[in-house]
Design a protein. Structure first.
Length: 375
């Protein structure tokens, strides 16, 4: 990564120069190239839809990796908002990662950020390296954001990859809705911007982004989608695949928002204290019923909910054969969170009886340990 050269005064006044501790330099005026204007417009549009009100400070945090996407986002955010705090996560997974993170933080100050912090994290192993690193990163960002929205540098190309991954998992419409432009506290202003545009913006600014070796490592599924699957689809279908996938995600997200409202109404109608009335759920369309059940499970402590979990709980409503409860992620050490059908109600409780929850795939006779529905 290189530093931005000193340029003419920006909209906040003084000329860009070196910054002492706690004294970031004023933002430089950005060149008015096509790439710069495209990224700035995307950030401005996002702020108009989701950002802090103009009457407020309109400060944001930006997750800065040092790569082209986050560098372009940071530079645009500096001139489109009143203050930017750069948050640089050091996953400590590669030799020299600390130096890369420190250089990204220094460049953030040179670009005009109010502050820049390096957040060193410990990456676990659960769920694979990619998932563990993601959890560690988001946890660190959430802890350090000081109440500000955090802008992430995901682009249209990232969105296309996410949609393809969702299609491959076969997890339904929600999984191919892609990433949301705003899911508090996370903001993604660049979902309509191509990756090549952010790289061009960095070139226009005279900065050299850091290329993470993991972004070219074929052992990661997303990397193979990026370097093999998407280019092949582009070749076979004559181009335009990534924008088409992103449009699909946007359309599904709009449809999903309407279905979520209707599902919330169903959940309210079926509610009976902390339980849900089976009869009301059973007569509802599957798309609404499953959404209502999913929201109910998550709001009552379920974690890492999968399609298999949701299908099993739904079958307590629609395919009742006397099966026992369905264990879902959540609970606490020594207990499991279990959904059951009891007396015409769908309930969710901690199981601490030492026997363990049943699923409908286990022998029906074992369900006696957990009690059959009596009505």
């Amino acid at each position: 990564m290189g530093r931005a050269p000193g340029t003419t005064p920006g909209r906040f006044g003084s000329e860009t120069g070196s910054s002492g501790p706690g004294r970031p330099s004023a933002p430089a005026r950005l060149p008015e190239t096509a790439a710069v204007l495209a990224v700035r417009r995307a950030v401005r549009d996002w702020l108009g839809r989701f950002g802090p009100p103009e009457t407020g400070e309109q400060a944001v945090a930006v997750a800065l990796s040092g790569g082209a996407d986050s560098l372009a986002l940071t530079a645009a955010a500096v001139v489109e908002t009143n203050a930017v705090d750069a948050l640089v996560v050091d996953h400590r997974l590669q030799s020299g990662s600390g130096a890369v993170a420190a250089e990204a933080a220094a460049l953030a100050l040179a670009l005009g950020c109010r502050s820049a912090r390096v957040l060193a994290v410990e990456v676990g192993t659960e769920g694979g390296l990619e998932a563990a690193a993601r959890r560690a990163r988001y946890t660190a960002l959430d802890s350090a954001r000081a109440g500000l929205p955090v802008l992430l540098g995901h682009t249209l190309d990232d969105q296309a990859e996410t949609v393809l991954l969702g299609l491959a998992r076969g997890s339904g419409g929600r999984s191919i809705q892609g990433m949301a432009a705003c899911a508090e506290p996370w903001g993604r202003p660049l979902l309509g911007v191509r990756r090549e545009t952010t790289r061009q913006m960095c070139a226009d600014l005279g900065v050299t982004p850091h290329d993470d070796p993991h972004n070219a490592a074929p052992e990661f599924t997303r990397v193979r989608l990026r370097t093999e699957a998407l280019p092949l689809l582009e070749q076979i279908l004559g181009g335009g695949v990534a924008p088409a996938l992103a449009r699909t995600a946007e359309q599904l997200r709009e449809d999903g928002a309407v279905l979520d409202v209707l599902a919330a109404d169903l959940r309210h109608t079926a509610g009976d204290g902390q339980a849900l009335v089976i009869e009301t759920l059973a007569t509802a369309p599957a798309a609404l019923r499953k959404r209502a059940i999913r929201a109910w499970l998550l709001d009552n402590g379920a974690k890492a909910l999968t399609t298999k979990h949701l299908q099993a709980v739904d079958e307590l409503v629609t395919a009742w054969r006397g099966q026992g409860g369905v264990a879902v992620g959540g609970g606490r050490p020594g207990s499991r969170l279990v959904a059951r059908r009891e007396h015409g109600r769908l309930t969710l409780r901690l199981d601490e009886d030492g026997i363990g929850p049943m699923t409908q795939t286990e022998p029906a006779q074992r369900a006696h340990h957990h009690g059959r529905e009596s009505s």
